[in-house]
Design a protein around this ligand. Structure first.
Ligand SMILES: Cc1cc2nc3c(=O)[nH]c(=O)nc-3n(C[C@H](O)[C@H](O)[C@H](O)COP(=O)(O)OP(=O)(O)OC[C@H]3O[C@@H](n4cnc5c(N)ncnc54)[C@H](O)[C@@H]3O)c2cc1C
Ligand code: FES
Length: 345
């Protein structure tokens, strides 16, 4: 995995709790990415290195700068550090862009639906801009949930795109704090719901639609269920998870174990407390293992199991690309003593 350093060119305030960091492309070799992918940022905070992925809100065909849009998470270490500390001119360490939440044009799709809530709009906006510019024949629809217009990220950009592409781009806003004097026609009260989805798509040939979902688990389940009722092919639906949702039931038989981690040729004995992943335990022990998504969807934290037993829990997507001895350490929990994990340098 390649690492780069990028200079912060500008910081844009999007809403009360959301900013966009605009990075200058490196002078010599530009960083290539696809709309919808993410950039992994790292900072040393109180002596410890923290790493977090942030989806691009920029699109290669639309924007000169690399942009990521970051919302403050209450008590979140990284997001608050970025909001409170990062300034124009700062140099930030990043990994090369990764992620498979991207759009590939095909001749069958004539309608794309983007379903998002809150900061989940970030990768959707990146793909929307790219498709509007590069795919003149495809209709683009955004269904976007927020509390109200004050908390709606990219509201001005969405309004600009509506003016620029009046035929090709449609937006429905859902507001949980609905105000009767809202200025848009397409503002609905409450959450994105099954009845709305079924109604919206009732006269549409779902085989010719694609769906991109990014937001909380409830949103993903609602959209997938409704699309299931409409018999939308599974391969037409893509989703991105910002957070791993842990089910306490999956951890009932997991107990604390001491394991051996070999990284950069050095063996370290680490206690993995019940409920902590091998990655979290290693980071707590000061071993700076590489990682990014922490949801089991990339390969950055992959380790090889040499002895003992591990179990992967809560991967956000099926991973049939892994060999039997390969484990994603952000989602791996020891089942036995004597676990030995080797991480390639
Ligand atoms: C592929 C991917 C793309 C992402 N893109 C974006 C993006 O474009 N913009 C963006 O703002 N964030 C994005 N995230 C989330 C981001 O990486 C961080 O997880 C988030 O900023 C919180 O980090 P933190 O260090 O502030 O919080 P932490 O200190 O890691 O967590 C603090 C607490 O907040 C909870 N929490 C963690 N993440 C979230 C979340 N996203 N929403 C609500 N609660 C949370 C945790 O469960 C924990 O209890 C993305 C995540 C992934 C996996
Ligand atoms: S950090 Fe991405 S799979 Fe573990």
């Amino acid at each position: 995995m390649k690492n780069y350093t990028l200079k912060v060119h500008d910081i844009k305030k999007e809403t009360k709790d959301t900013i966009t960091l605009c990075f200058k492309q490196p002078g010599l070799k530009k960083i290539k990415y696809q709309a919808g992918q993410y950039l992994t940022l790292s900072f040393r905070i109180n002596g410890r290195k923290y790493t977090r992925p942030y989806s691009f809100s920029s699109a290669p065909s639309a924007d000169a700068f690399l942009e990521t849009t970051i919302k403050r998470v209450p008590n979140g270490i990284f997001s608050n550090y970025v909001h409170d500390t990062v300034q124009v001119g700062d140099i930030v360490e990043v990994m090369e862009p990764i992620g498979d939440f991207v759009h590939t044009h095909d001749e069958f799709t004539n309608q794309i639906y983007f379903w998002g809530v809150g900061s989940g709009v970030t990768p959707l906006m990146s793909i929307i801009k790219e498709v509007l510019i590069s795919n003149p024949l495809v209709q683009v629809n955004l269904i976007y949930g927020n509390k109200n217009f004050e908390s709606t990220i990219f509201l001005d950009l969405i309004d600009d795109l509506l003016k620029q592409y009046p035929e090709k781009f449609k937006v429905w806003h859902f507001h949980t704090q609905y105000n009767h004097v809202e200025r848009h026609h397409f503002v609905k009260s409450g959450r994105i719901n099954t009845a709305f989805i079924l109604d919206l798509l009732q006269d549409t040939d779902v085989e010719q639609t694609k769906h991109y979902i990014c937001g909380p688990i409830d949103l993903k389940n609602t959209i997938k269920e409704a699309l299931g009722i409409l018999k939308c092919p599974k391969e037409n639906i893509l989703s991105e998870d910002f957070e791993l949702i842990k089910n306490p039931k999956d951890f009932e038989d997991i107990v604390t174990h001491t394991i051996n981690i070999q990284f950069q040729g050095i063996d370290t004995i680490v206690e993995v407390e019940k409920g902590k992943s091998v990655l979290e335990a290693a980071l707590d022990a000061g071993i700076e293992l590489p990682y990014s998504c922490q949801t089991g969807s990339c390969n950055t934290c992959k380790g090889k199991l040499v002895a003992g037993e591990l179990r992967m829990i809560g991967l956000s997507k099926e991973r049939d690309d892994l060999e039997s001895e390969d484990f994603l350490l952000c989602c791996s929990y020891p089942l036995t003593d004597g676990v030995f994990v080797e991480i390639a340098p």
